[in-house]
Ligand binder design. Structure first.
Ligand code: GLU
Length: 480
């Protein structure tokens, strides 16, 4: 099996394309085949190095590796379409010589006009085949005399292209609905159809796994392949990803660029796990399994043709599970840079030690890595930053001043400043005041962390240290 992933560097790597890449990867790794990565960059004007780099970085982040292609190399040159224009032109010449393609001199104005007419008369709007019957020798002399000409494929008529899609089953396209499409523009640049098909043939691709949006291109690609005298590959068209509302996944549903998930604190393993289940009939979208299991069990045959829902909330939930499973050292080293970026400075050695102590508590509580700074900012920031909502909700309660006063008295007595003795004193305080833990301890939490949501209170006090904890309690008390 030789599969390929063929992104166009005309935008950031999209979540849906990342899924296509993943399904290609799973299929070849399951079967011991090879994955080719090429760059569909004939559309130079729109492409950019930034997008190219984004694709490569995204794949690497996901742990999707490839055996041949851009960056890696292989027997077929650079694997960038922009370097292969001559090859596409050569195939075009061969197709024309074999009478499988013909020159078309219709200008775009003429084409527009005829399309309008066809539509008005209720006929199909595709190319009407006007230049197909021109004498080939005459066509060549007109072109040589400088007349602009595109090259079109002569679709067999009448006819039908039928193929067995691995995901969708038998697919039929009557040629009445396939126009004699352009292979080479009058400028000499190849269309996507020509470049993509020539690459698939030259790179000996056996399986084309791609998005369903390209399904209607497939009869064209099969016809070019046959015209080149080659055997078409197998095709698998993956259903599109939809948002939770059943509409095509778009910015409205959240980020569609893969890098936004990396930057948003999603772990690549969680992303791969979640996305692998979208359309692959292995488990439901909450099934957790290792990459190894995925590779072992994956089969294109099991991919479903109905659309799959990409639900950010489920992904985030699954990410939380993966965060919990991280080695504590890994969690700490993933999140420390985020904490430092949030503070705008590096942690001191002593603060690093503090972070090492509290990181496991944070690890228990966050769903995305980027939530870590919120949880520990109170430890490292000079001043506590009171969250207005938390303050209003907790500190305006009648018992709050009393609770803080009593906590101060109790905490001033703590001998060894660690979570055990701190807890003992604060529980005694609750008993003295006959308050439940929520009423008595939330004011303490808001006073020292600024928020009603934080890591566990006794450990937070211990990590903050005696002097700073007492100062914050006094500071909050004076604001009441
Ligand atoms: N370059 C095309 C795209 O990004 C995909 C080509 C293909 O898979 O055939 O939409």
């Amino acid at each position: 099996m030789r599969a390929r992933f063929a992104p166009s560097p005309t935008g950031y790597l999209h979540v849906g394309s990342a899924r296509t890449a993943l399904f290609n990867w799973l299929a070849v790794r399951n079967n011991g085949g090879e994955l080719v990565l090429r760059s569909d960059d004939t559309d130079q004007a729109r492409g950019s190095d930034e997008y190219y780099d984004d694709v490569i970085e995204g794949l690497r982040w996901l742990g999707i590796d490839w055996d041949e292609g851009i960056e890696t190399g292989g027997p077929h040159g650079s694997y960038r379409q922009s370097d292969r224009l001559e090859r596409y032109q050569q195939v075009a010449v061969e197709l024309r010589a074999g009478r499988r393609a013909y020159l078309c001199f219709c200008t775009s104005e003429e084409l527009d006009e005829r399309r309008r007419q066809a539509q008005a008369e209720g006929r199909p709007p595709g190319y009407d085949g006007r230049c197909r019957t021109l004498d080939p020798d005459e066509s060549v002399s007109r072109q040589q005399a400088g007349e602009a000409a595109a090259l079109r494929l002569a679709i067999p008529r009448p006819g039908e292209t039928v193929f067995e899609d691995i995901v969708r089953g038998e697919v039929r396209f009557g040629h009445d609905n396939v126009e004699d499409f352009v292979l080479l523009r009058s400028t000499g640049s190849p269309t996507y159809h020509l470049a993509s098909t020539v690459d698939d043939v030259d790179y000996e691709i056996t399986h084309v796994v791609r998005g369903e949006d390209l399904l209607s291109s497939t009869p064209k690609h099969i016809l070019i392949t046959r015209a080149m005298g080659a055997e078409p590959p197998a095709y698998a068209h993956l259903s599109l990803l939809l948002g939770p509302d059943g509409k095509k996944l778009s910015k409205r549903h959240g980020d569609t660029a893969l890098h936004a998930y990396r930057d948003g604190g999603i772990l690549p393993e969680a992303f791969v796990n979640y996305v692998a289940l979208l359309g692959w009939n292995f488990g439901d979208d909450e099934t957790v399994f290792t990459r190894r299991e995925m590779v072992e069990r994956f089969a294109l045959d099991d991919v479903q043709k109905n659309p799959a829902i990409f639900d950010n909330e489920k992904l985030t939930w699954m990410n939380g599970l993966y965060i919990r499973e991280l080695d504590p050292g890994a969690f700490e080293s993933h999140t420390r840079p985020l904490v430092e970026a949030d503070l705008g400075r590096a942690l001191t050695d002593e603060e690093r030690e503090t972070y090492r102590e509290v990181a496991p508590l944070v690890q228990e509580r966050v769903k995305v890595l980027t939530d870590a700074p919120d949880q520990v900012r109170f430890l490292f920031a000079e001043e506590v930053d009171y969250d207005a909502g938390s303050w209003d909700k907790v500190m305006t309660k009648p018992e709050s001043p009393r609770a803080i006063d009593a906590a101060l008295v109790r905490l001033e007595r703590v001998g060894e400043w660690s979570s055990g003795p701190i807890e003992k004193e604060l529980r005694a305080m609750l008993e003295d005041l006959e308050l439940n833990a929520r009423k008595g301890l939330q004011p303490v939490r808001v006073a020292i962390t600024g928020s009603s949501i934080s890591p566990p209170l006794f450990e937070s006090l211990a990590a903050l240290g005696r002097e700073r904890s007492l100062d914050r309690l006094r500071g909050a008390r004076s604001r009441l």
